[in-house]
Ligand binder design. Structure first.
Ligand code: CA
Length: 223
């Protein structure tokens, strides 16, 4: 998944269209606020960040991303009309992986995106495969591998594991898990989550230990 923060609608739609046509699922956001909200739901493999934004600007967003342990390893490409050497150096100094100046050709743009994904070792993950240690989810095949062996899960168990792995390192509350997997209008209890976590752990065997219980809050995978 690629996230693109760009307030100019035409450019945002063009970027999303171009990336999706090239096989990269992409979501566009008009403001930092919308982007942060999505970031809580799912972490992308790459962020395209416009510098000139209303409200919090791109450089502030970049600083915030790079100062958080959860988001600092996500590669960022700055996309901006400002071609000044100063901004470019500032952006790269602040941890951006590349810098594209508007206007740009789409061929060049895709090439730059690919190059950053390759350099940061995320190219083969982009189609959505997830992994945490020896636990892997092959999204296209709808398959879970633990230590190389396939584990057969029910649909809810699969979605639960996928949601935890999409948010590696983030504690997910029972309510949030319930809302995401069962829907917010689900007329059940948060205990449903515990029951599914238990069967999921059993099926994963020793790899079930990767799912950590955070007492009084919920669950997470990874450190
Ligand atoms: Ca802008």
């Amino acid at each position: 998944m690629i996230y693109c923060v760009e307030d100019e609608r035409n450019i945002r739609e063009l970027i999303v269209y171009t990336l999706e046509s090239s096989g990269y699922p992409t979501k566009g956001f008009e403001t930092g606020k919308e982007f942060y909200k999505a970031l809580e739901e799912q972490q992308p493999d790459l962020i395209l960040l416009d510098l000139m934004l209303p409200g919090e600007d791109g450089m502030e967003i970049l600083n915030r991303l790079k100062n958080s342990d959860v988001t600092k390893s996500i590669p960022v490409i700055l996309v901006t009309a400002k071609g000044a050497e100063y901004d470019k150096v500032m952006g790269l100094d602040c941890g951006a992986d590349d810098y594209i100046t508007k206007p740009f050709g789409m061929m060049e743009f895709i090439a730059r995106v690919r190059a950053v994904l390759r350099r940061t070792g995320r190219e083969d993950k982009i189609d959505g495969d997830l992994e945490s240690g020896d636990l892997k989810i092959l999204i296209q095949k709808h398959q879970v591998l633990a230590g190389g062996l396939e584990v057969v899960l029910t649909l809810k168990e699969f979605e639960l594991l996928k949601y935890l792995m999409e948010n590696k390192g983030i504690v997910l509350s029972r309510d949030r898990i319930l809302g995401h997997i069962w829907g917010y209008d689900f007329d059940g209890e948060t205990r449903t989550v515990d029951v599914h976590i238990r069967t999921l752990r059993q099926k994963l065997g020793s790899y079930g230990e990767l799912i950590k219980t955070i007492r009084g809050v919920g669950y997470k995978i990874g450190d």
